[in-house]
Design a protein around this ligand. Sequence first.
Ligand SMILES: Nc1nc2c(ncn2[C@@H]2O[C@H](COP(=O)(O)OP(=O)(O)O)[C@@H](O)[C@H]2O)c(=O)[nH]1
Ligand SMILES: [Mg+2]
Length: 305
Amino acid sequence: MDFVQPEVVISGVVALAGPPNAGKSTLMNKLLGQKISIVTPKPQTTRNRIAGVLNGEGYQIVFLDTPGLHRSSVPLNREMIQVALDSLVDVEAVVFMIDVSQSSPAHVRKQKQSEYKKYLERVTSPTFLLLNKIDLIDRNELLPIIEAYAELFPFNAVIPVSALTGDGLDQLVDELLKLLPKGFPYFPEDVPTDATERFLAAEIIREKVFLLTGQEIPYSSAVLIESFKEDANRNLVEIHATIYLERKSQKGIVLGKGGKKIKDIGIAARKDIEEMVDRKVMLHLWVKIKKHWSRDENFLHELGL
Ligand SMILES: Nc1nc2c(ncn2[C@@H]2O[C@H](COP(=O)(O)OP(=O)(O)O)[C@@H](O)[C@H]2O)c(=O)[nH]1
Ligand SMILES: [Mg+2]
């Protein structure tokens, strides 16, 4: 077999960090032009660290999407925060992202100061402040917000963006390319993520549970893929997955009247998984109760946390 030496390019790993709901996963998907990370309007959607690989002319940037930084004493959330904090070291740059529509200057000065500072002071690499969701505010509201954050931490650059519309993302990439080193790419050009299709399938199912159920269900649910089998003869992928819930009373909500809800979850998930694997998918879903799974260390490890 021929070994083709990869070309030297500008390459580096960049962590996307910030509070829940800032738009980190939306940003990663927009930059990559494909859906790697699940996105919902609910905080604490992202639970693991997921790499997304952006290849461009002469560069490769590996973005790490991370769970939101917040305060919590719940074991699941603590594991998630640890994942995020671990992602802040050993990277070439950190992009600290916040939702500008939730950041009045007074708010930034008073409440967020000590909390964010604590996280940012652990960072040893250049750090950008990304003011996201500028599509939601007036341009003239930006400057006072930028000033308030500048007092908080000596950011290397402040970049206003909209992860939703893509506004400002070219500037983000340009600024990153200025400081990333030259080296060999981390991933082959056709590999968009370090996550397996099996992991991403579980994430897609979890996203549909988040989107299609209300109240406490999203935070009480976890998804494990029991089997993920390629059937070459029938050109399809057959997946067996279990949705774990914490309480008996939740099962009825996820199943729905006459099984309607779980059916909708299954249909929506199957469509997205088919798009990902580019093949037909047979998806079998089960719902099980596992009391206090979010406090069960072994189970959290099974979820990759
Ligand atoms: N209007 C607007 N909404 C956004 C933008 N970026 C993200 N969102 C929304 O904010 C919510 C949280 O986004 P998500 O990417 O899951 O945030 P994360 O928790 O930081 O990963 C979702 O409903 C997104 O659609 C943006 O630039 N503009
Ligand atoms: Mg996220």
